[in-house]
Every structure is written in C-alpha cells, then in structure tokens.
Design a protein around this ligand. Structure first.
Ligand SMILES: [Zn+2]
Length: 1012
C-alpha cells in the first residue's frame, strides 16, 4: 500500500512536468554548461525526484570557481560526508579567492576559540562597494540621522541593496545546513540563470554556515565514530557548545554565549534586514515564523505581516514544484524573543526559521513518520509521506530550494522590504511618543548597583543606548488600578523590582490617583525614542500569557521580566516629559562604581546579593572574611545581614578587586558589635549526569565567569567515591532535566559501551569531561555516597529534578513532594516571600523576590519522617464535621454534658504541622527539632504569585516552600523549587546558591528551634 502511494505520487509528478520542466522564472540558463558529474550525483543521492526541484537538480559548471566537491570529495549532501567547521570555512575562502562576487568576514570566536564567519555574496560591484551600501543602510537603520525624513529615506532605499542573513547549524545534531549553504554560495556566485542574476543584483546574501562551531566539530567526531563502528550504537552529544546544548537558541535575551553575541553584532553592524536560521526536526520543511500565536507583543505589526508575506509565498513556491511537506502554519509560537532569529525581530529586521528534515548525520535511511506528521491538514494539503527513504541530499535540496525561492521573492520586492526596514526603525524611534512608554528609569539609588549595571550591560550588548541623568528629576506615574479579586496587580505595577520596597510600593499601587516619583541625579534612562527600543521594551516590560489562550503548549518560557529576575527596580515611565530630563548618553560600558573608601585594617562590604561578592571572596582567598549575622551600622552606613567584614587583606589587592568587580568597600575604624561567623572558600564538586548537560551548563558558565573554582565530576565519579567528604565541603548538583529514576539508573546497559573520549578519530570530544562509557548513572552507590557526604557534614545543593531526587531517596527527611494536578508555570516569573531572613541563604535578599520556575516541585513539610502534609494537606482536614450549629460552633452529642474541644494545631502551608502530644507518646518518627527542614523562601500568596508569564493552577504552589535548608545529621541538603540560575536572565536569585556555598559551615546561624 505504502509503496503504491509513493509510486503514484511520482507518476503524477512526472506527468505534471514540474520536475522535468525547469521552465518559467526558475529556468536554468541553457547557454551555461552543467557540471555533468556533479549533477549526476545530485540526482543519484536524491531518493525521489519530487524531493528535489528544478533549482537544485543540476549544478552549473565554472572554469574558475571550485564546487563544494573540492573540499568534500563529493557533492553537497552526499552520504557519509559531514565536513568539520574548518573545511566549511576553507571552502568559503576558496570561493572568495576565486570570485569577486564573494567576500568572507570573521565575526568572532567561540568559547573554545573556533572562528565564526559570515560570507557575503552579490554582484561584484556590490561586493566592492559593501561599505557605501552599509553606510546608506545605517541611515535607514537609525532614522534619527536623517531626521525621520521619508523623502530622504526613499532616496536611500532607491540607492541601496538589502542584506539577507542566513545562519546554519546552531543545533549540532541538525547537520545538513553547512553543505547546503556551501552549495548555495556556489550557485549564487556562479549560476547565470535569470532569477539568480536577479538575486545577485538585488540582494546581498550573507551566510554563516556554522553557528555552533564547537558543537559542529563534536558532532562530526561522533558521526565519524559511527561510520567506523557501523554495527554499534553511537553516543548522543552530551555537549554541543562549551556550556549550552539545545538552548544555545534561547540566548538572544541574555546574550551570554559568544555565538549569540557574534551573530547579533554581525546582524547589527552589517545592517541586515533578515535573519533566517536553519534547523532540522520537522518533515520536510516547516517555515515556522508564521507558526501560530501568541506572537510576541512588542514586535511591529509590519513585521508580523512580513512573516505572512514571506512564509506563505515561500511555501507556495515549493508546493508548485510538487515538493511534499512544505508548510508554514504550525504550533510554534513567536512569544519569546529568546531565539537566535529573534535578534532580527527585535532589531527592526525580519526573523525567519526553517525546520527541515535531517537524519542527524549523513546516512541515507528509511524514515517512518508519526500520523501527526503525515496527516493532511488545512495548512499542509500536500503532507510528507508516511514512510520514505531519506537522504541528507534531500534535506539539502529542501533547504536550498526554500532559500533560493525566498531570496528570489525578497529580491523582487527588495525596495518594499527596505522601506519596511526604515519604517520599523522609524516607528521604534517614535514609540516613545506613540504607544509608549517614553522611557524606563533605573534609579541612581537602587540598593543593588552591581546587578543594575549588569542589567544595563545586557541592554548595551543588545545595541541599546543608555543615558544617565545629570540632575534629579520627577516623573508622573499613571494611576494604578485596584486589583480585581484573585488577580495579581503586580503585572500592572510598572516595574518595581524584587526588593524591600516591593511590599510598600504594592500598597501604593492600590491608590487610584496618579503619583509622582523622584529620581536622583545619576539615574539611568533607557529612552524609547531610539531605533532598538523594542528589545529594551520586551525585556523590561511584564508578560502576561492568559490561561485561556488558545495556544495550550507554550514553545518556551512565557515570562522573563528582566528587572524582576535581576532583583533591580525598573520603572516604566509613560510621561513624555522624562525625555527632556537633562542627561548624557553613557559612553562605554555601564559599570557600578567600586573601590575602597577610607583606610584601615578592617573593611566592610554590604551584602546586596550582587554575584560579584562571591568573586571577591574567591579572589581574595587568603584574606579573612566574616559574615555579620545581623544588620549593623558603621562608617555612617547601613549594612545588611550577611555583609562581609574583611581583615588580613592586602590593601592594593582589595582596591583592585573592588574596583574591577564594581563593589564599594568601606574601611571601618572599629569592629561593629554584631555576631559574625567565618566565610571560607569551600572546595566544591560540581556534578553532572551523562544523560544531559543542558540546564547545568547555565550554572557552570556563571561559576566560570565569577571564577568560582570547582571540580567538574559526573554522577559516575560520585558512584565510585565513598569518601567525597574528604575532598569537598560542597556538592552542587544542578538540574539534569531527566526523571529522577533515570539519573540513578543511567542509560540501559544493553548494547555496546558509549565512549566520550578524545581519540585520533574523535579529537574534539572528551575535553570538558570524559568517560569510557556514558551509560552508567548515579546508581545506588552514588546515592549512598551522597548521603554519607551529607551525614558527615557536607552541603548538597539541589534544584528542581535533583531536589526531587534528594527527597525521593530520603536525603531530606520531613520534605515531601506533591505531584501537580493543574499547575502550569512553563517558564514563569513568580513572587516569593522571605520566611527566615536570619538564614544565611537569605543574606542580601529582601522581603519579596521574583524567581524563575518551570513547574518546579511542590514541596510539603512535616516534622515526622512519616510525612503528613504532602498528599492530604488541605483545609478540609481542619473543618468541623456535620452536626449542630454554625460552621464555627462545636457539635454537641445529645444526652451528655458539653466538653471542651482541644485547640486544633494550625500551620501555614509553608510550615510543618506542630507535633502533637499523641505523636510524642512514642516519637520514633518525629524529627528532632534541630534536624527539621528550615524554610528560607516560600512562594507568595496566590493573588501575588504571578509576576510574568503563564500561571495556571497557581493555588497548588502558592505559599508552599520555595527554598528549603534540610539538615541531615551533620550536613545539609539545600532544595530549590525554583531554578535560581537560568540563561543569564535570573541574576537576582544567583546568590541564593552562593550564600549556601559561602556559609556552608554556618547554615544554622540565626536558626530558631521550636520543640513542637
Ligand atoms: Zn533546532
């Protein structure tokens, strides 16, 4: 049956003449000779004629320009061939040498030092005058330079050629793009077909053939290993880039990775109009930017129209070639601006993304699809085949056919798209006075100057201009609406970061009159009358995703409000008078002022949860640091609980560290009378699982940036080392992103070992960590070793799924986890409340902080190891039974006198129920008071819980513990329900982890023990 279908399709196709045809606008130039041998191979490797098109079923010959075969030894997309990054770049440079139509730029390096490039292709005169063209585009990109003069813009548009930027293989197992882009570059440089000539003269095509250069080389290693071991299973890639796996395509907000910064800089500096990112996962070509709602709320509607124009036209062309499975509507939403392509959407360009169908390597194999993929739907009338033989060449055909038809359409409408580029930039400048806000203001007296500076640096990396007020000023803030019952007003409350002022300002927010607010000189302004206002607005504003949204499966995070997650106050100002405040544009990077004030032998640094504080501690390893257990005043200043007191330190080292790290240090005449404890530099083991390094990578990157040293060990090392306590004081076990059982069990042990090691065949892997066999997991011995580590005094820090692991396997007596029934918080910013400010883990944190969670575990607490709160917790337990009287009255059995009813024990949802006299009669299961879990932060009440994003069923997690310090004999297990370190977007919560590390031997400081 299935074979019939495929044959029938082929027949219809051939009969229709589309495949044989090659006529019409995409006809090749009959006068140009073909590279016969190359063409023959293309046809041989294309498994069905309809998996190709008249655009790519031949290769034009050139006497001077080498084809991809020069470096590949075969055609692009040939079976068994995946080129390393260097080979791809070598070929692009050969093209540059051979053709005046090609120019190669270096756009920066990866974390491991590999080069990234961009290749420009257009007519030779255009390539020769790239700089002049770019100078014109720069004026369109910043309409302030032409005083928003539309007539001048029209003249510039008429004289300019737009840039269409294509990026390949950011996702390492999506392997097809580099060869497709090599061949595309050749075609664009050599082919004399009329439509190609038109592209060359009307568009500058810019190509980065490999975005994740480090991951590409590892992927090629693994593929070569697979070729050398044809009968064996091969290892999945546990590492792509140095730090981040699949989420390297979720970094366009935080811009923490070199690849994101390099592509952003290339896009912004070249003044490109389109960023088109190539991915492989969906059969056979999903042009996903049209996708589905909700669209990002901050993009210009002109852009969303451009998505429709380009997407539907593009797929329509493939439909006309008879290529099955080309479609543009689908489930992908364009809400989050974190994808690589979002760089374009947020910088007045056009974001695009293809998902084509790859085989994760260059094997030609039979692929069977799921019904969901081959179903004919309204948006996919010619769906993919249920089962077919699929080759890398097919994939290359789809990628190139899609891109060539897109370039052709874009080139034919280049003036319209250039004009749109100008209009979007102009509307971004006008935004301050049209839709608003006029500006965001970050106060000069923010209690967290270091994190504030880091937030502003993120905006600077995004290309935003930052200004600094030279005098105090006052703005009018709009009247706040009263909260509707059960609905948080926080999202309307115009950006008050998670600090102590939050609660007070929330009360203020319930007033109805407009209020004014004063800001001191030195306050920062992010003006919205600048060309890249949209990215600043998207990052600093609040997000609201309705639980009733028709889209039930958010593709990624739903909330990210940077001011909240950085714990920095950000005020959205719609009062346009703010634009007239005297201010200077900040030249160079924003830096928090740092250095030593005064001289002496004792110094104090305020604890404001600035991540630089841990850098300071490790940098001055030999000095003596103490933490104050209570707030104090000294040198005329207030210092928070946890502030450092530093002695025995070399003044010069302290001065240079403080100024580099942006920390203000104060010399004290005498020691304050406050209880302190030592802050040492513990030896840290940092644990990863071979099952996945995705989420831990974000943590590891921050540890490296702050120069916090650690031993990077796998769960396999934990399994073998029964004496971890002798080597480490702290074990950090970040989220694995896999179920608890899998972390323990590892991968199935059948089949062959899966090595991850540096060898001659695989020179690029096994450097970050290595193993002879990735399959074994933590195992029972690993659990036992972790338990013994903690019992002997170690501190184990766990988050999300690793917290689940600690609870499940009894490392956190008294803590239980309830399974969510209705909770939906898929990457949401939520509010937490301080429960125990005396806990060292809370040092530097105020009464209320926003944190990031992605359906984190719902913790319950009990003073008994038998639990008691977990599943059966609920108000119904405490309600009276049916009987006489009102709900508040006692019942009265008839025919006997009334008796006194003992007071029911009561506890808040974040607390354990007090121990009863009944339980203490024989208290075998009652946890001794000092060993009971201590809640540091809890989730806010339901009405205040949501900060940004989607939150449904929030009652399940409202008021529950968020951060718990669970003692186990001499040690502690620290449990996070939120993820404190995420994508460089949650700087405000990093120090919850760092406090646990720095106070590892004094976590019980300030603890109040209640016998019941
Ligand atoms: Zn991908």
């Amino acid at each position: 049956m299935k074979r019939h279908l495929s044959l029938a399709l082929a027949t219809i196709f051939l009969a229709s003449g589309a495949w044989l045809g090659a006529q019409g606008k995409y006809a090749r130039d009959p006068k140009q000779s073909m590279d016969e041998e190359y063409t023959k191979k293309i046809r041989e490797y294309t498994t069905e004629p309809f998996f190709g098109s008249p655009l790519v079923d031949y290769l034009p010959a050139s006497k001077t320009v080498p084809t991809p075969k020069a470096v590949l030894g075969d055609v692009a997309g040939a079976p068994g061939i995946l080129p390393y990054t260097a080979k791809v770049h070598e070929y692009m440079r050969m093209l540059e040498k051979a053709s005046p139509r090609v120019k190669v730029f270096s756009i920066g390096k990866s974390e491991e030092g590999r080069e990234m490039i961009a290749v420009a292709i257009a007519d030779a005169p255009l390539i020769a005058k790239l700089d002049e063209n770019r100078a014109r585009l720069a004026k369109l990109a910043d309409p302030r330079t032409i005083t928003l003069d539309d007539a001048e813009a029209d003249r510039l548009v008429a004289a300019s050629v737009p840039i269409y930027y294509i990026t390949g293989t950011i996702h390492s197992p999506e392997t097809g793009a580099p060869t497709a882009l090599m061949e595309l570059a050749y075609r664009l440089a050599v082919d004399e077909a009329l439509y190609i000539k038109a592209i060359r003269s009307s568009v500058i095509t810019l190509i980065t053939p490999v975005v994740e250069v480090d991951g590409r080389d590892r992927q090629v290693d693994i593929y070569n290993w697979h070729l050398a071991h044809p009968k064996e299973n091969w290892p999945q890639l546990p590492y792509w880039g140095k730090y981040v796996v699949h989420d390297n395509n979720r970094d366009a907000m935080g811009l923490t990775l070199n690849l994101s910064r390099n592509v952003l800089n290339a896009f912004v500096e070249q003044k490109a109009q389109v960023l088109h990112d190539l991915h492989e996962s969906v059969p056979y070509l999903y042009d996903n930017t049209v996708g589905d709602g909700p669209y990002n709320a901050w993009v210009d509607p002109i852009l969303t129209d451009e998505w429709q124009l380009l997407g539907w036209n593009n797929m329509s062309e493939l439909t006309k070639f008879g290529m099955p499975g080309a479609f543009t509507h689908g489930t992908f939403d364009t809400w989050s601006p974190g994808y690589l392509m979002s760089i374009a959407a947020m910088h007045n360009g056009i974001s695009r993304l293809y998902e084509t169908f790859g085989n994760a390597g260059a094997d030609t194999v039979e692929r069977t699809l799921s019904p969901r993929d081959y179903a004919r739907t309204w948006f996919k009338q010619n769906p993919p085949l249920p089962k077919t033989k699929w080759s890398q060449r097919n994939n290359n055909n789809y990628e190139q056919t899609g891109l060539l038809t897109a370039l052709s359409y874009f080139g034919a409408n280049s003036k319209m798209f250039l004009k749109n580029f100008y209009l979007k930039a102009k509307r971004s400048v006008l935004k301050a006075t049209t839709e608003g806000p006029a500006a965001y203001v970050l106060s000069g007296d923010d209690p967290r100057p270091g994190v504030q500076a880091e937030l502003l640096r993120v905006l600077q990396r995004q290309g935003c201009e930052i200004s600094k007020a030279t005098a105090p000023f006052t703005v009018t803030l709009p009247a706040k609406k009263k909260a509707r019952p059960g609905v948080s007003t926080t999202a309307d409350a115009a950006g008050h970061g998670g600090s102590d002022v939050q609660a007070a300002e929330q009360k203020e927010a319930n007033k109805e009159e407009p209020e004014t607010r004063q800001f001191p000189a030195g306050s920062y302004l992010v003006r919205m009358d600048q060309p890249y206002s949209r990215i600043a607005d998207a990052l600093l504003d609040y997000q609201y995703w309705s639980p009733n949204d028709p889209q039930k499966f958010p593709y990624d995070d739903t909330g990210w409000t940077f001011g909240e997650l950085f714990g920095v106050q950000v005020v959205r100002v719609t009062d346009v008078k703010v634009l007239a405040v005297p201010m200077d544009k900040v030249a160079g990077e924003v830096k928090a002022p740092g250095g030593v004030n005064g001289a002496g032998s004792l110094f104090a640094v305020n604890h404001d949860a600035d991540p630089s504080l841990i850098a300071l501690r490790y940098r001055l390893k030999e000095a003596s640091f103490e933490a104050a257990e209570e707030p104090f005043e000294a040198a005329g200043r207030k210092f928070n609980r946890g502030s450092f007191l530093i002695k025995n330190v070399d003044a010069t080292s302290l001065q240079s560290a403080a100024s580099e790290l942006g920390l203000r240090v104060y010399a004290l005449g005498s020691a304050p009378t406050v209880k302190t404890h030592g802050v040492k530099t513990p030896r840290i083991a940092y644990v990863h699982s071979w099952l996945g390094t995705q989420d831990e990578g974000w943590w590891r990157m921050e540890f490296d940036l702050l120069k916090v040293p650690y031993d990077y060990i796998s769960t396999q090392v934990v399994a073998k080392d029964a004496n971890l306590h002798a080597k480490y004081e702290v074990i950090v076990f970040p989220p694995v992103g896999r179920p608890t059982q899998a972390v323990v069990a590892g991968m199935p042990m059948w089949g062959n070992p899966l090595p991850w090691k540096t060898t001659e065949l695989t020179p690029n892997i096994g450097k970050i960590d290595s193993t002879d066999d990735m399959r074994p997991g933590l195992g029972w011995s690993g659990l036992a070793n972790l338990e013994s580590f903690v019992r002997r005094g170690g501190v184990l820090i766990t988050t999300d799924d690793t917290s689940d692991l600690a609870v499940t396997f009894g490392l956190a007596p008294g803590v239980s986890i309830q399974r969510a029934q209705r909770l939906k918080a898929p990457g949401t910013a939520v509010r937490t409340k301080l429960v125990d400010g005396a806990s060292p883990i809370a040092y530097g944190f105020g009464e209320s902080s926003a944190v990031y969670t992605s359906n984190g575990p719902i913790f319950g607490l009990s003073n008994s190891v038998m639990g008691g709160r977990g599943g059966r917790f609920g108000p119904e337990d405490r309600e009276r039974a049916t009987g006489r009287g009102t709900p508040d009255d006692p019942d009265q059995p008839q025919g006997r006198p009334a008796v006194e009813i003992p007071e029911e024990p009561r506890a808040e949802p974040w607390q354990a129920m007090p121990v009863t006299a009944e339980q203490l009669r024989n208290g075998i299961t009652i946890i001794p008071p000092k060993q009971r879990p201590r809640v540091v932060l809890r989730y806010a009440d339901q009405k205040d819980l949501l900060v940004s994003g989607l939150l449904e069923g929030g009652t399940e997690i409202a008021q529950r513990p968020a951060v718990i310090d669970a003692p186990l004999e001499k040690g502690h297990v620290i449990l996070f329900s939120n993820n404190p370190i995420w994508r460089g977007e949650t700087q405000g919560s990093y120090f919850l982890v760092f406090n646990a590390i720095l106070n590892f031997d004094n976590l019980d400081a300030g603890r109040k023990v209640d016998e019941r």
